[in-house]
Design a protein around this ligand. Sequence first.
Ligand code: URA
Length: 283
Amino acid sequence: MTDALKNDPLAALAWLVDSGADETIGEEPVNRLVAKPAEPARAPVAEAPRPMLKPASSFARPQPAAPAALPLESDSIGTAQSLAAAAKTLAELKAALEGFDGCALKKNCAHTVFADGNPASRIMFIGEAPGAEEDRQGLPFVGRAGKLLDKMMAAIELDRSTAYITNVLNWRPPQNRDPAPEEAAMCLPFLRRHIELVNPGIIILLGAVAARHVLGFSEGIMKLRGRWLEYRVGDVMIPVMATLHPAYLLRQPSHKRLAWRDLQAAEKKMLSLGLLEKTASVS
Ligand code: URA
């Protein structure tokens, strides 16, 4: 934070909100700049023996059963898969998500954020996760990043009546941190079903997290963006492109030109697939 911000409490508050620190986590302010009293020296603790990794051959032998009472993450993923598969419509899928308690993020959220836009559109945008404003309103991309997404869509003559928008995660991670792999794993069966039910003709992934979870690639977004890839639903391959996330573009406005290039390519593809009704062609 600059000295100018330190002397202007309102501007400093706006800076914090922009950085994602938009909620209080304690009743009393904490001055973290004051030196902490030194901790009393502790007696050394003997390290517990570490479990040995088993040789591959031992996996074939019968293993003792896991204690039945332990809640397993895979149980929740299994539940998510069956709930998602049973949903025959978007309304049923939304209701299934709202009734699903397997993802720990949900308990700190005001809303399950499902989607916005036109479900009959064949142009699907997928972002990362709701932020504070999205959690308040129960809709994706309605905060500052959402305003930029609206402008990005408008640049290729799309809006929320002609496109459909959702996220990989349906609940806001605290302080907008990256989703943990197990949190994403709970939401992915719902997202896959969401894609099947919308049946998009094209998918645009917004940012690295969406690209990683939807495509399963660990490459950085700068390598992935702008490339046409395919997402398979049954026998159908849906063209998919990742581009830069609008929240990233708010922090790195000089990279908007890269996103603009991607959007132009996306517009061209949509026109060639007959997904956009437009007479003017894109150069
Ligand atoms: N960022 C996202 O990825 N999704 C939202 O809904 C809002 C911000």
